[in-house]
Design a protein around this ligand. Structure first.
Ligand code: HEC
Length: 175
């Protein structure tokens, strides 16, 4: 490389890097100007992780309640449903019973909730109740598919799930 060519390359490099510096400086100015512009209205605070988790939990239980209702009515004999309807409902309850196991993260122990603090201090017992609930709901799907709603087998299987709801509410849900 000749002396003059290498000088030219060097001065091109210097020109490029000072252009980059100017660009960065300019962007920096623009950003700090933007940061100083007062916003028109304060943005609403985003929902906290606790309130989001509690909202999800309540939604899951609302769906569990709505889908268990026909099963409870069939059990009490206050309404009649065909087996296909009861299988559909039981399948949903079993599905949501699996989801609810993820609905009690530590962050959700306080806030607008009826979940008692004992859930987090008696976690072993609480988790066992959740597993039993799911197991019983899964058995109910099988029984509802194979036995008529008036059968003792259906009543026993639906009754076991109903006891899981009641047992857990009595211990872990505030009135
Ligand atoms: C292992 C414990 C457990 C089991 C099993 C359980 N629940 Fe619950 N349930 C809770 C707790 C805790 C809450 C309170 C949730 C909250 O306020 O954050 C709740 C809340 C609810 C709610 C109110 C939801 C809302 O919007 O506030 C309904 C409805 C409900 N449960 C129905 C049922 C039914 C029906 C069953 C059985 C098929 C059942 N649950 C089984 C613990 C349980």
């Amino acid at each position: 490389m000749s002396q003059s060519m290498s000088n030219r390359v060097r001065s091109k490099t210097v020109a490029l890097s000072s252009a980059r510096a100017a660009l960065v400086f300019g962007v920096g100015l623009a950003l700090s100007a933007a940061a100083q512009t007062p916003s028109a209205a304060p943005a609403a605070a985003p929902p906290s992780p606790a309130s989001q988790a509690i909202a999800v939990r309540k939604a899951i239980y609302t769906l569990i309640g709505a889908n268990f209702k026909p099963i409870g009515d069939a059990l009490k004999g206050t309404a009649t449903y065909d087996s296909a309807e009861l299988v559909k409902r039981a399948t949903r309850v079993a599905y949501f019973a699996g989801l609810v196991q993820e609905a009690f993260p530590d962050v959700s122990s306080s806030g607008d909730t009826k979940a008692k603090a004992e859930i987090w201090t008696n976690r072993t017992d609480f988790d066992k109740r959740l597993r039993d609930f799911q197991t019983h709901a899964q058995s109910l799907v099988q029984v509802a598919a194979n036995e008529v709603p008036s059968s003792d087998a259906f009543k026993a299987a639906a009754g076991a799930v109903g006891q899981d709801c009641k047992g857990c509410h009595d211990n872990y849900r505030a009135k």
